[in-house]
Ligand binder design. Structure first.
Ligand code: GLY
Ligand code: MN
Ligand code: MN
Length: 434
């Protein structure tokens, strides 16, 4: 029988219960109460900010955006979901889907957002909850050791989670193709964003992060946050870093396109960064240290900058002098799951902290790769004046062809980002061809 998503989800929930039972016993708890969280209200207003349900809650309950709800996990008992169902004629009440996972829970609908009363015993309380509430419940709020253990339980994805990440990628792929088309039809950044949302069938508040849609120099702003509404005067480049969420699981994909005014060097840069991305993805396997892949990205980027006539020193010297870090200040990637920058990227499985190297503070994944991890691979190269200009007065400045840098600047930069599963002997790319 073909295994459906529902079968995978039931197996996921069963394994999750076994894992929770182990951790609760190890940390001496009789159970854990997990709060979904709720949206914050704008100051002096009756409108709410956008909201993301707490990751550990969604690890069990596949309803992204569910708020004011509580989940009680106790060994040997069905998970108990207290669903917020206010008597409210302003909004549509929460409706549960007709799916098998619902039967695996004991579900109570309550009109009040207050937490459920806990049975006798020692309970942990996880989530964004104030200390007074925890005290009134007699529970320990966000105990660090248990939280770390449960974070670790999110690092290696179940078959269900991999299927969700696959689907999020498929939908994001539809958006990226539409975004590319909108750019080549002369669309503004806002047009491109709207085309992306339409083709990937999601509203903006459903996105796992705010899409980055950068035309020309905006492509060099790593987390560019605006959507220009007037057409750009030139057509150098487009960088789209945009995602999708399926049952809480995120896609995080970036593509960069050369426009009609792009130089050959920029086209070569896109091709070169894409090759680096492919080479590094091929090197993924269990046992490989991610920081070593990040270091290799800098070596390959140094070689590429030389080949394109942007620098005149060799790769090793470009890395050593900090030239490649000025062209690419972010990490090669990060763990991906219920959060875009998923939990436990900088801890070993036993909880030991694995700090980012001093010269690469933005590296979010410092672990050795294991089968079942899902991560991003996102090498980039940008002209960021704030980072490059300080090199002008240093020895490294003599190794940079500044004319070439200035010619590249109107293109902003390049990032190519895919989402990759570590398999038993290599990697599977979850991102479709775009
Ligand atoms: N979209 C954010 C990132 O790539 O990490
Ligand atoms: Mn991204
Ligand atoms: Mn990313």
């Amino acid at each position: 029988m073909k295994e459906t998503l529902e079968h995978k989800q039931l197996a996921h929930l069963k394994a999750l219960m076994t894992s929770y039972e182990t951790h609760l016993a190890a940390h001496g708890f009789d159970g854990v109460l997990i709060y979904s969280g709720h949206p914050h209200r704008h100051f002096a207003d009756d409108q709410h900010a956008s909201f993301a349900t707490y990751g550990h809650f969604m690890h069990w309950v596949p309803l992204q955006g569910l708020d004011h709800s509580w989940l009680l996990i106790r060994p040997g008992k069905a998970p108990k979901l207290q669903l917020h169902a206010p008597a409210d004629f302003w909004h549509l009440g929460t409706e549960l889907p007709d799916e098998a996972w619902v039967d695996a829970f004991s579900i109570e609908r309550v009109a009040t957002p207050a937490p459920p009363r806990l049975p006798a015993g020692r309970f942990a309380l996880l989530g964004e909850v104030d200390a007074d509430t925890a005290k009134a419940l007699g529970a320990e709020l966000n105990p660090a050791a248990l939280t770390q253990a449960l974070d670790e339980g999110r690092v290696r994805k179940s078959d269900y989670e991999i299927a969700c990440l696959h689907e999020a990628n498929r939908r994001a792929g539809l958006g990226h193709r539409a975004a590319r088309e909108a750019f080549f039809e002369g669309g503004t950044e806002l047009d491109i964003q709207l085309a992306y949302l339409g083709a990937s069938r999601q509203r903006e508040s459903d996105l796992p992060y705010q899409n980055i849609v950068g035309v020309n120099r905006h492509a060099a702003v790593l987390h560019y946050q605006h959507y220009e509404r007037t057409p750009a005067r030139s057509h150098h480049s487009l960088l789209v870093d945009a995602g999708n969420r399926f049952r809480g699981y995120s896609a995080d994909i970036t593509r960069t396109w050369a426009g009609g005014d792009a130089s050959d060097t920029f086209a070569g840069l896109i091709e070169g960064v894409t090759t680096i991305q492919h080479n590094l993805t091929k090197a993924i396997a269990p046992g490989v240290g991610y920081p070593a892949l990040h270091a290799r990205m800098h070596q390959e980027l140094g070689a590429l900058l030389g080949e394109l006539g942007i620098i005149r020193c060799d790769a090793a010297s470009a890395v050593e002098q900090g030239i490649t870090r000025a062209f690419c200040p972010h990490g090669l990637g990060h763990l991906l799951g219920l959060q875009v920058h998923d939990v436990a990227g900088r801890r070993a499985a036993d909880g030991t902290e694995l700090a980012a190297p001093a010269e690469h503070p933005a590296l979010r994944l410092t672990r050795t790769l294991e089968m079942g991890m899902v991560l991003t691979m996102e090498p980039g190269c940008y002209v960021i004046p704030m980072l490059l200009d300080p090199l002008r007065d240093k020895a490294a400045g003599g190794d940079i062809h500044w004319d070439a840098v200035e010619a590249l600047a109107p293109h902003g930069g390049v990032r190519i980002e895919d989402n990759v599963l570590v398999t038993n002997d290599g990697a599977e790319n979850l991102t479709p061809v775009i």
